[in-house]
Design a protein around this ligand. Structure first.
Ligand code: MG
Length: 166
């Protein structure tokens, strides 16, 4: 009989990016109107980066920095949805598919709740699963720390993988 570890694997991911003027704010593949955006080599989508790390971690494939080095000019300004799609191809090639993803974005501002559904849809598309298998939670930091001072946005995600049938 197969053991649980052969059938299911769990992974987690976290990310932080600084909020600065003159950059776009992209979270969960959705561009959000705001006077500050996230600083980074790619589009700096901290939510997709945490999810990518969760998916890669569950499959034992290391992390996003190993797969897509941030000193590699090919990934400058990269669309993080493409990075997640790439990561998913690697994960599926190993015989795993996502069961569900749950994630949290911490931002003092802007309010992210109105964008939750759109984010869930984009994330699900990149993962190749139904939108109802993706859950995005938006929280503030009660004005505490770097998130509370609107200096950055922090994210975390967990992903459950199951063995592909056949
Ligand atoms: Mg990142």
């Amino acid at each position: 009989m197969a053991e649980a570890g052969d059938l299911y694997r769990i992974g987690q991911g976290e990310d932080i990016h600084a909020l600065v003027p003159g950059r776009r704010l992209v979270l969960g593949g959705v561009e959000i109107a705001h006077h500050l955006g996230l600083l980074g080599h790619s589009d700096a989508d901290a939510l997709l980066h945490a999810i990518t790390d969760a998916v890669l971690g569950a499959a034992g494939l290391g992390d996003i920095g190993t797969l897509f080095p941030d000193d590699d000019p090919r990934f400058a300004g990269a669309d993080s949805q493409q990075l997640l799609r790439h990561a998913m191809e690697r994960v599926r090639a190993l015989g795993w598919e996502p069961v569900n993803v749950d994630c949290t974005v911490r931002a003092q501002l802007p309010r992210l709740a109105p964008h939750r559904q759109a984010m869930q849809q984009r994330i699900a598309q990149a993962l190749g699963i139904e939108a109802e298998r993706v859950n995005v939670k938006a929280k503030t930091a009660e004005r505490l720390g770097f998130v509370g001072r609107q200096e950055g946005i922090a994210t975390s995600a967990v992903c459950l993988l199951r063995r592909l049938a056949g």
